[in-house]
Design a protein around this ligand. Structure first.
Ligand SMILES: C[S@@+](CC[C@H](N)C(=O)[O-])C[C@H]1O[C@@H](n2cnc3c(N)ncnc32)[C@H](O)[C@@H]1O
Length: 201
């Protein structure tokens, strides 16, 4: 399972797995671009992006208010709080009707409910279940993100989602069904499928 186990720890640096998502986000953001991170946890993704892109601004959402409090503190500590807005809510429900973005990023919960039950107690007790559980097949959050992302993207916008190593085909198919194009699966340094990239066409 690996990737989801450190979601809301007090870290403001992305985990090694998530660095790929940050690198791809830095490349995808146009000059002066605006992005949103859905399910931001500690805020490590938008903080890393904004620390490297002084021209950019972002929004960070989470359903968990405690995660957002931590993300806010981390943003202050890293000097990016003036360019990062926070909003609590259920995926796109956290956004305002006028919000539009050049880029949507997310590292959502993607472990199936059944597998969450089998995780080591220290993982289950450390991370709230909402940070781990991706529903019966682990794909629930991707269905929502792929299904609704186009409504919130500017023309030519892009989505980058972190995935489990065996979810590349299934998540790509969800974006294809939703009408996205130029869909690719990017590998991490270990050679494992780690991020799905999709363009709004
Ligand atoms: C795997 S963690 C990722 C955290 C952080 N983005 C990272 O990469 O370390 C998933 C995050 O999604 C949030 N989340 C779960 N369900 C959500 C929902 N319905 N709407 C918004 N955020 C949600 C969790 O609270 C958690 O912070």
């Amino acid at each position: 399972m690996g990737s989801n186990s450190a979601s809301t720890r007090q870290r403001s640096k992305p985990r090694p797995d998530t660095e790929l998502l940050v690198d791809l986000a830095l490349k995808a953001l146009p000059e002066g671009g605006r992005f949103v991170d859905l399910g931001t946890g500690s805020g490590c993704i938008p903080i890393a992006v904004l620390a490297n892109r002084r021209d950019a601004s972002g929004m960070a959402t989470d359903i968990n208010p405690r995660a957002l409090e931590m993300a806010g503190r981390n943003a202050e500590r890293n000097g990016v709080a003036d360019r990062l807005l926070f909003s609590q809510g259920d995926w796109f429900g956290a956004l305002g009707s006028e919000d539009r973005f050049d880029l949507i990023v997310s590292n959502p919960p993607y472990i199936s409910s059944e597998v969450v039950e089998t995780l080591e107690p220290e993982v289950r007790e450390f991370d709230p279940r909402v940070a781990l559980d991706g529903g019966p097949d682990g794909l629930g959050p991707y269905r929502i993100i792929a299904g609704q992302a186009a409504n919130w993207l500017r023309p030519g916008g892009k989505v980058l989602v972190e995935i489990g190593y065996d979810q590349g085909a299934a998540v790509s198919a969800l974006f294809a069904e939703a009408g996205f194009g130029r869909i690719s699966v990017e590998k991490d340094l270990a050679g494992l499928d780690r991020v799905v990239s999709a363009h709004h066409i």
